[in-house]
Design a protein around this ligand. Structure first.
Ligand code: 2HA
Ligand code: ZN
Length: 263
């Protein structure tokens, strides 16, 4: 299966899970030169897009990025309109090599995505993907729980056994900030220095990782923990996962979990 299909399948699944209504959500994926060759036979610039922040660490890299105002629902049947293949040409310019067929442009969150890529690549050279979506239960939680990342991490870890295995670094939480702007972009990228996932209160989630499967799995696991929380949060708890249980898990699976939460 080619890379466009792989990306569109994930976008379609995100839509079908109800996490990307309408034009909600956006995705950016680093693609290799070999993968680029399967999309375009030669590199010809169609249009360019200017950004005022410094993209120097990304120069020469290729990205597949969802288009602004585009619906995840439509990507699988019409990738060339809904997605773009872009090369970071210089520190302020993205060059469009394929896609955005109807004259479109990258998602309004592209600066946030690119800043997150810069931070994650510093930590993990194998990092490739940033995905933003609107998972229901994460948004619910952000209405009823104080926005404290220690609290969120502890709760989500304790909702199910898999959580601490899948996101041992915990989860970051940002307050409501207007989307599409510089402030939320900077705040999200700063959190990405320590976390692969960042909650945007009353909005959704930014999740990052090495592959489409890894990031989709991260979103599924976080959202499932949040769903369990929303189903039980108003009920009397008879028994649950303890700090001691989590430490046993960490020992058994050799998990280097974030300290200061259950110790
Ligand atoms: O692209 O989800 O955060 C629509 C959004 C903005
Ligand atoms: Zn959004």
């Amino acid at each position: 299966m080619d890379v466009i299909n792989e990306v569109c399948e994930i976008l379609d699944l995100l839509y079908k899970h109800g996490w990307d209504e309408r034009n909600g959500g956006n995705l950016s994926y680093i693609v290799t030169k070999e993968e680029v060759k399967t999309i375009v036979s030669e590199e010809k610039e169609i249009r360019e897009f200017k950004y005022d922040f410094d993209m120097t660490p990304l120069i020469g890299k290729y990205f597949l990025i969802t288009g602004t105002q585009k619906y995840f629902k439509n990507c699988l049947k019409d990738p060339v309109t809904n997605l773009g293949l872009l090369k970071v040409k210089d520190k302020h310019t993205l060059s469009l090599l394929w896609g955005y067929k109807d004259g479109g442009r990258p998602t309004s969150e592209a600066p946030t995505h690119l800043k997150c890529h810069i931070e994650r690549l510093k930590i993990d050279p194998l990092h490739r993907l940033v995905c933003h979506c609107h998972p229901i239960n994460i948004i619910c939680m952000s209405h009823i729980l104080e926005l404290n990342e220690k609290k969120w991490t502890e709760i989500l870890w304790k909702m199910q056994t898999e959580s601490i295995v899948v996101f041992p670094e915990g989860i970051a939480v940002l307050p409501w900030i207007i989307c599409g702007g510089e402030e939320i972009g900077e705040a999200t990228a700063t959190k990405m220095k320590e976390y692969r996932s960042v909650v945007w209160a009353q909005h959704g989630l930014f999740a990052t990782g090495r592959s489409l499967d890894e990031v989709f799995g991260l979103i599924e696991t976080i959202e499932k923990a949040a769903e369990i929380y929303m189903k039980i949060c108003d009920k009397p708890i008879v028994q649950s996962i303890t700090n001691e249980n989590l430490k046993q898990l960490a020992k058994a699976f050799n998990i280097n979990y974030r300290k200061g939460i259950i110790d």
